[in-house]
Design a protein around this ligand. Structure first.
Ligand code: NAP
Ligand code: F7E
Length: 376
């Protein structure tokens, strides 16, 4: 039977090293290690890899509240103690722990998805963002290098790069577009991108960079603009909230669906040689257009409830991103399957349902506290 937080039982905290290995299955077809497994992409990638027969190991941070919501559903089957998902405490700030995990898990594929991934927040926490996103990637790469060189077996490493690295460079952006990051986050991702390339060239290791444009889903963090919009519209529609405060509505983004993009990550590592790939839909929309479409799906007149709040402006903005992913389409055979309209619609429907559940609880007399970010 499913426990409310069944997932906590899988974490190997306190187990001696041999117990970690003993709890794993005999060598599976492939074993993957994912940093950032609790994030949007980590959860979709875990589902994809498990569906392909992988044994998946995820690194999670110790937090004072549960951070495993996006993974809970993966544990609902009766074979949960046998995997195929294993979780391990770790942090990109803790190099010795990363080395230990490589040693114990001996993965075939490593996906570095961990990041302080919020661009606005990176201006406030620039040094921390650099420590996790840039130096953290280097820590993982160095642990990977030593693991790969000692153990052989040609393990493969995926680095989660971002369209934010292009920043001020005009669209369409592809692998030949000059980088011009506009935030501490973008700068840190660019450092990680070059660390990855340098290790590939220096040691001949299989290390690939994905340069992914924005991708969203109902599991998107609630402080990114798409989810912030769909979450608010759902609550406004049901009378649980009056206003939605936003920043720059003119920024343009190339928005795809996370499920399509984690498939690209996997295809990047399954390719026969290490390389770098832009992953994008090739279509861009403004934040205002996203808002208009989402409001239409929700049946809300957004002009009556959306207000501008300068707190959400960025000191330096990325005005327009639109990716040219023709290399990935040609070389990998990747293409997105979920349209922009379906991304928006699925997020609105999901968040209307969340609002309905909240309303039902309120009507039943529960005191529901909707969690809101300070700002972002
Ligand atoms: P996300 O939802 O913000 O997830 C980030 C993950 O990193 C979470 O699991 C988080 O753990 C973990 N993390 C943060 N700091 C860490 C640390 N110090 N040590 C270990 N883990 C840490 O991000 P996402 O949208 O899934 O994106 C995945 C990756 O792709 C990120 O690197 C992001 O920067 C990059 N990316 C995303 C997009 C996009 O549009 N989504 C586009 C391009 C690139 P907690 O759950 O404990 O916070
Ligand atoms: O902002 C504008 C904001 O925070 C998109 C991350 O996954 O994708 C993401 O970064 C646009 C920006 O995503 C609000 O100024 C307006 O122009 O949803 P976002 P992002 O900055 O594009 C890239 C590819 C990543 O790699 C990152 O990890 O929307 N905007 N009003 C707002 N943004 C937010 N968050 N909140 C607002 O109220």
């Amino acid at each position: 039977m499913r426990h409310e937080h069944a997932i906590e039982r899988y974490i190997d905290e306190g187990l001696p090293p041999h117990a970690v290995q003993a709890s794993m299955n005999p060598r599976p077809p492939r074993r993957a290690l994912i940093s950032g497994v609790t994030g949007q992409d980590g959860s979709y990638l875990t589902e994809l890899l498990i569906s392909k027969g992988y044994e998946v190991h995820g690194i999670i941070r110790r937090t004072s509240t549960f951070n495993t919501d996006r993974l809970e559903h993966i544990y609902s089957d009766p074979h949960e103690f046998a995997g195929p998902l294993f979780l391990h405490y770790g942090d990109l700030a803790n190099a010795s722990r990363l080395r230990y995990l490589f040693e114990q898990i001996q993965p075939d594929e490593i996906y570095n998805l961990a990041a302080q991934s919020h661009v606005r927040v990176s201006f406030d926490q620039a040094e921390y963002t650099a420590d996790v996103v840039a130096t953290g990637a280097l820590r993982l790469l160095e642990a990977f290098r030593d693991y790969a060189l000692v153990h052989g077996g040609h393990p493969r490493f995926y680095q989660a790069g971002s369209s934010e690295m292009f920043g001020a460079s005009r669209p369409p952006q592809n692998e030949h577009t000059p980088f011009y990051p506009r935030s501490p986050y973008g700068v840190s991702k660019l450092a990680a991108h070059w660390y990855a390339i340098n290790q590939r060239e220096a040691y001949g290791l299989f290390i690939s960079n994905g340069i992914l444009f924005n991708h969203e889903s109902p599991r998107r963090g609630e402080t990114f603009v798409t989810r912030k919009i769909t979450r608010a519209l759902g609550r406004i529609k049901l009378g649980l909230q009056d206003k939605l405060y936003l920043g720059n509505l003119d920024a343009r983004r190339d928005w795809g669906h996370a499920a399509d993009y984690v498939r690209a990550m996997w295809m990047v590592l399954r390719h026969d040689s290490a390389d770098d790939f832009v992953i994008a839909t090739g279509c861009s929309h403004s934040v205002r257009e996203f808002l208009e479409l989402a409001a239409a799906y929700a049946g809300v007149d957004w002009r009556t409830c959306v207000e501008e709040d300068p707190r959400y402006f960025r000191p330096t903005e990325v005005d327009a991103l639109e990716g040219d992913s023709s290399k990935a389409r040609r070389v990998l055979g990747w293409q997105p399957e979920i349209s922009f309209e379906n991304v928006v619609q699925s997020m609105v429907e999901h968040d209307l349902e969340l609002a309905r559940q909240e309303q039902t609880l309120l009507r039943a007399g529960h005191k529901v506290v909707h969690r809101r970010a300070m700002y972002a």
